[in-house]
Design a protein around this ligand. Structure first.
Ligand code: TMP
Length: 209
């Protein structure tokens, strides 16, 4: 703990979620800097990924066609490693962890988008996480057609190449998940300007720090 860090500071786990093109990654560095400005140490990470093994699994997941259950198990395998190597140790050391995606993405993409039964990944969630959940999830919500227009033209990965119907199901599953856990998940209208969103994020951080 640094001398400028508030004495009562405890590590918090914040996740950012949204359909591809919703803009969460744009806001992540700014959010991390704002929290650092309060004296906290912040670890920025992502899923799938965040560890050397997780990044190798990410390469496969984003490029290699596979059965939806294989995909789901690899997401949780990467997550298990991520929790063991990065998230839990950092929180234990009093750091804040901001992850670009976590388990809500599995509910949205594999559950909503691909239609995998929730019972299947609820078992994996329990196995990998026990009761562990983010302290706060910022869900960037945007209509599918707007998000798709924002996606960079060029090399799209295996998920980004999915059709509008897939992303409509992903979005619906995210909204469903947010509604079932309103204390943890904050819905942010990602159609606002970057500056408007910064004000909202600043207000949210102020209640946490
Ligand atoms: P990213 O491009 O936002 O980093 O995310 C990579 C892709 O992985 C994105 O299209 C969503 C997908 N994904 C899942 O399908 N399930 C998951 O559990 C996670 C973490 C990501």
């Amino acid at each position: 703990m640094t001398s400028e860090m508030p004495a009562d500071a405890k590590g918090k786990f914040i996740t950012l979620e949204g359909i591809d093109g919703a803009g969460k990654s744009t806001h992540l560095p700014w959010l991390a800097d704002r929290i650092r400005a309060t004296g906290r140490k912040v670890v920025v990470t992502r899923e799938p990924g965040g560890t050397p093994l997780g990044e190798k699994l990410r390469e496969l997941l984003l490029s290699q066609p596979m059965h939806v259950e294989t995909e789901t198990m690899l997401m949780f395998a990467a997550r298990r490693e991520h929790m063991a190597q990065v998230i839990v140790p950092a929180l234990g050391a009093g750091r804040w962890v901001i992850s670009d995606r976590f388990t809500d993405a599995t509910f949205a993409y594999q559950g909503g988008g691909r239609g995998l039964s929730r019972d299947k990944f609820a078992v994996l969630e329990q196995w990998v996480q026990g009761g562990f959940q983010p302290d706060l999830t910022l869900y960037f919500d945007l209509p599918v057609e707007v998000a798709r227009a924002r996606l960079a033209v060029g090399a799209l990965d295996r998920f980004e190449r999915e059709n509008a119907g897939f992303f409509a199901r992903v979005r619906a599953a995210y909204l469903d998940r947010a509604a079932s856990d309103p204390g943890r998940v904050r819905i942010i209208d990602a159609g606002q300007t970057v500056d408007e969103i910064k004000i909202i994020l600043q207000n949210i951080i102020s209640t946490l720090c």
